[in-house]
Ligand binder design. Structure first.
Ligand SMILES: Cc1cc2nc3c(=O)[nH]c(=O)nc-3n(C[C@H](O)[C@H](O)[C@H](O)COP(=O)(O)OP(=O)(O)OC[C@H]3O[C@@H](n4cnc5c(N)ncnc54)[C@H](O)[C@@H]3O)c2cc1C
Ligand code: FES
Length: 257
């Protein structure tokens, strides 16, 4: 159940340049979020910026939770200056979640850059299924959470655009090579989050290889509550709101424009 609540900042730590890990302590008990859910967070208590910003649940710590974010504009820049003890207004958990798994299919998680934020939380809940993880970033410095994945028993297959770690090139090409080299009893199911070009390439691969799966979209949002229609995407089933019907969609459903 989603609700409006206040949370105090426990920690807001820079993990690499422009990337921060925010740990929040809700001041009331909130519903346990599922991987794929997100929160709308007021980055400050003043009216500028007025709109809350959406962030995926990264890790649920029992009562506290974490958000992993990149400074991209005004809101995230202000958020990066929040200090322990600051109180933030939040709505959530919101949106749908990555659906439950069918155990006969191999799970392949695919993360591009900061797309690892919800994928790590997903990995924590499904590591008993021994999922594979394909993870690409621009350079090795931008690969986050590798130790956390390894501690879950998941050794990620890595690529970087500049070849500084793992295969040189994009992660969908690496996944394509892997899929072409395997014969599966049941086709694997993809669970992905990352930049739009990665998701488009992954959708093409899914079509070509007849794979099913789910992608988490990160559309700009204003209300986050389903009322402004500012976040709609075109799908094979008509226009859908990323904040309400998403952010997780079947990979073959989104019509890229
Ligand atoms: C479901 C979801 C999950 C996400 N998870 C993460 C995550 O885990 N980590 C992460 O780093 N990022 C995540 N993002 C992206 C994150 O929300 C954006 O990076 C963040 O909103 C950028 O805010 P900004 O103010 O810094 O940037 P800006 O570019 O200043 O603002 C971002 C957007 O906010 C809206 N906006 C700003 N001002 C106005 C205005 N005056 N009127 C109307 N709209 C306005 C617009 O849509 C604008 O494009 C997620 C996005 C979604 C939708
Ligand atoms: S952000 Fe307003 S309807 Fe989705």
């Amino acid at each position: 159940m989603s609700r409006l609540f206040k949370a105090s900042v426990i920690e807001n730590r820079q993990v690499i340049k422009n990337h921060f890990l925010l740990t929040l302590h809700p001041l009331v008990k909130i519903g346990k979020p599922k991987p794929g859910n997100f929160f709308m967070i007021s980055v400050d208590n003043c009216l500028d910026p007025l709109l809350k910003r959406p962030f995926s649940i990264h890790r649920w710590l029992g009562r506290d939770f974490q958000v992993l974010y990149r400074v991209t504009g005004k809101g995230t820049s202000i958020l990066s200056n929040r200090k322990p003890g600051d109180i933030l207004e939040i709505i959530g958990p919101l949106g749908n979640a990555f659906p439950s798994l069918r155990s006969d299919n191999k799970i392949i998680m695919v993360a591009g850059g900061l797309g690892i934020a919800p994928i790590l939380g997903l990995a924590e809940t499904i590591n008993k299924y021994r999922p594979l993880c394909f993870y690409g970033a621009r350079t090795h410095e931008e690969l986050l959470c590798i130790d956390e994945l390894i501690s879950l028993g998941i050794e990620p297959v890595i690529s970087t655009d500049d070849g500084s770690l793992g295969e040189k090139g994009n992660i969908v090409d690496v996944l394509n090579k892997y899929i072409s080299s395997q014969s599966f009893k049941a086709l694997p199911c993809l669970y992905a989050c990352g930049p739009e070009p990665m998701l488009i390439a992954l959708s093409d691969l899914a079509k070509k290889s007849n794979l099913k799966g789910y992608i988490a979209l990160e559309q700009n949002m204003a209300c986050g509550l389903g009322t402004c229609l500012g976040c709609v995407v075109n799908t094979t089933d008509g226009y859908k709101r990323v904040c309400r019907e998403g952010p997780v969609f079947p990979i073959n459903e989104v019509i890229w424009e």
